[in-house]
Design a protein around this ligand. Structure first.
Ligand SMILES: Cc1cc2nc3c(=O)[nH]c(=O)nc-3n(C[C@H](O)[C@H](O)[C@H](O)COP(=O)(O)OP(=O)(O)OC[C@H]3O[C@@H](n4cnc5c(N)ncnc54)[C@H](O)[C@@H]3O)c2cc1C
Length: 340
């Protein structure tokens, strides 16, 4: 456990907890601790995830700030499961929805503190916002984040990266809360990063990160940084279906190979299943082109996996994270009992 750094302190606009306590009660909400953030029952996640598919969260919890999140985790009944989501840009929520509590970090997790050679950023901030902020301040090296549409929390969990750089290359470490509500600081070496993998235990929640920064020469200004960023964004527009309902790269690249080349060679470009299809533009991207269910998307991904295995003998690994229940086995109506 560590003392809380200033950028993770209580949200000053949200100190007066009692006004904000959610008065809505339901079977599950009535079992949860009082919070200063908000609880929403049966919250439709398909409105916010990039695929625009999938079932609801039994309860969606948006903590007011780090204190609120810690207090929730310390006091919630142990038998109620918790999932953390970012903005769902690498995520498939299954059609039966997610039982228990889904946590999403909002405004209380977007603080910024610049000190010396570091910049501390809350995990709710978008990667693109950080890239813009760094460019405005004349800090270089974070340009590649501009086109990754997730949050800093999602990037820390996925070790997001592109154009030869990954999140692990640009952070000193991260602030993370364990399932009992304790805050830790982990250095990048302690996080056991590798390609699209982070070794921090699954249910630990990132609340912020410390980025290493280097300022360009004052005389040069930030024009070059912004130009580099625009170039990368342009390249992405040309090669990826960025305006579609997609979940980004479906499969991680196998060692020394490109997933898209294997998928193309197996004849899957443009392959359709229900309302889902393999993108014509970039065949490692699945697209919800016509009211696809999450099952359509997952089944199509599994079909692609099988065709690639049969064609080239390579077993692809899903990069997209799959969460929640299948519709048939949905336990959304599962009742949680008060702990004895
Ligand atoms: C058009 C498009 C382009 C993309 N391009 C790239 C790219 O170039 N490079 C790349 O790496 N990715 C890319 N992605 C994938 C995606 O943007 C990244 O993986 C991103 O980091 C996911 O962040 P998120 O906030 O959307 O997380 P989500 O998709 O919501 O969640 C992903 C995982 O992170 C976990 N998670 C989220 N927040 C936290 C937190 N605070 N603490 C702990 N765990 C958390 C979730 O539980 C889940 O397991 C792209 C996606 C799209 C749609």
């Amino acid at each position: 456990m560590i003392p809380k750094p200033a950028f993770l302190m209580k949200d000053p606009k949200n100190q007066n907890g009692s006004e904000k306590i959610n008065s809505v009660t339901s079977d599950v909400i009535s079992l949860l601790p009082q919070v200063r953030g908000t609880y929403r029952e049966n919250a439709d996640l398909s409105k916010t995830t990039w695929f625009r598919s999938g079932g609801p969260a039994q309860v969606l919890f948006k903590p007011a700030d780090v204190d609120d999140l810690q207090s929730f985790l310390k006091n919630k009944p142990a038998n109620i499961p918790v999932e953390i989501l970012g903005v769902g840009s690498n995520l498939l929520v299954r059609d039966g929805g997610i039982p228990g509590v889904v946590i999403r970090l909002g405004r209380g997790f977007t603080n910024v503190a610049i000190h010396g050679d570091f910049i501390d950023i809350g995990a709710g901030m978008l990667d693109g916002q950080l890239a813009n902020l760094a460019a405005d301040e004349g800090f270089e090296g974070l340009e590649f984040l501009a086109g990754i549409p997730g949050t800093i929390g999602g990037a820390l969990r996925m070790n997001a990266g592109c154009y030869g750089r990954e999140i692990k290359d640009i952070i000193e470490g991260a602030f993370v809360i364990d399932p009992k509500g304790n805050l830790h600081h982990l250095t990048v070496n302690e996080m056991d990063y590798s390609y699209r993998h982070c070794g921090v235990p699954k249910h630990w929640i990132f609340v912020g990160a410390r980025f290493k920064i280097s300022k360009v020469n004052e005389n040069k200004g930030n024009g070059e940084i912004k130009a580099r960023m625009m170039k990368l964004l342009g390249e992405r527009e040309e090669t990826q279906p960025t305006k579609e309902r997609t979940g980004g790269s479906t499969f991680a690249n196998p060692e020394g190979k490109s997933a898209w080349k294997l998928i193309d060679a197996a004849g899957c470009r443009g392959l359709k299943h229900g309302g889902a299809m393999v993108s014509e533009k970039h065949c490692n991207f699945l697209i919800n082109f016509d009211n696809a269910t999450s099952s359509d998307l997952e089944e199509l991904g599994d079909m692609v996996k099988e065709k690639v295995l049969n064609h080239s003998g390579v077993k692809l690994r899903w990069e997209i994270q799959k969460v929640g229940d299948f519709l048939e086995s949905s336990s959304l109506r599962k009742k949680f009992k008060k702990a004895a």
